[in-house]
Design a binder for this molecule. Structure first.
Ligand code: SF4
Ligand code: SF4
Length: 73
C-alpha cells in the first residue's frame, strides 16, 4: 500500500513550543528556525500524536477518505 499521508503544519499558529517534536514516537519531526518540520516524511506513521499534543492546533492530521470508483455499483 502506498500510504504517504503527512501532518499539515500551519506555522502561523505555531508557538515553537516543541511538544510535537519531543512527543513524536518516531522522531520524525525536527525544530527549525521557522518551526517544526518533518525530518523524514517516510518514517511518519501518521499516528496523530503530534496533533493531540499541539496546544494551538498548528499541526493537524486530517483524514481523507477516498472511495473506490465502483463503491456504489
Ligand atoms: S503523525 Fe505521529 S509519527 Fe507522524 S509526525 Fe506526528 S507524532 Fe510523529
Ligand atoms: S506542538 Fe504545535 S505549537 Fe508546539 S511546536 Fe508543535 S506545531 Fe508548534
Amino acid at each position: 500500500m502506498n500510504f504517504e499521508a503527512q501532518p499539515i503544519i500551519n506555522l502561523d499558529r505555531c508557538t515553537k513550543c516543541g511538544l510535537c517534536v519531543s512527543g513524536c514516537p518516531e522522531n520524525a519531526l525536527e525544530m527549525t528556525d521557522q518551526g517544526p518540520k518533518l525530518r523524514q516524511p517516510s518514517i511518519c506513521t501518521y499516528c496523530t500524536d503530534c496533533e493531540a499534543l499541539c496546544p494551538t492546533g498548528a499541526i493537524r492530521t486530517p483524514l481523507t477518505v477516498t472511495w473506490g470508483s465502483n463503491y456504489l455499483s
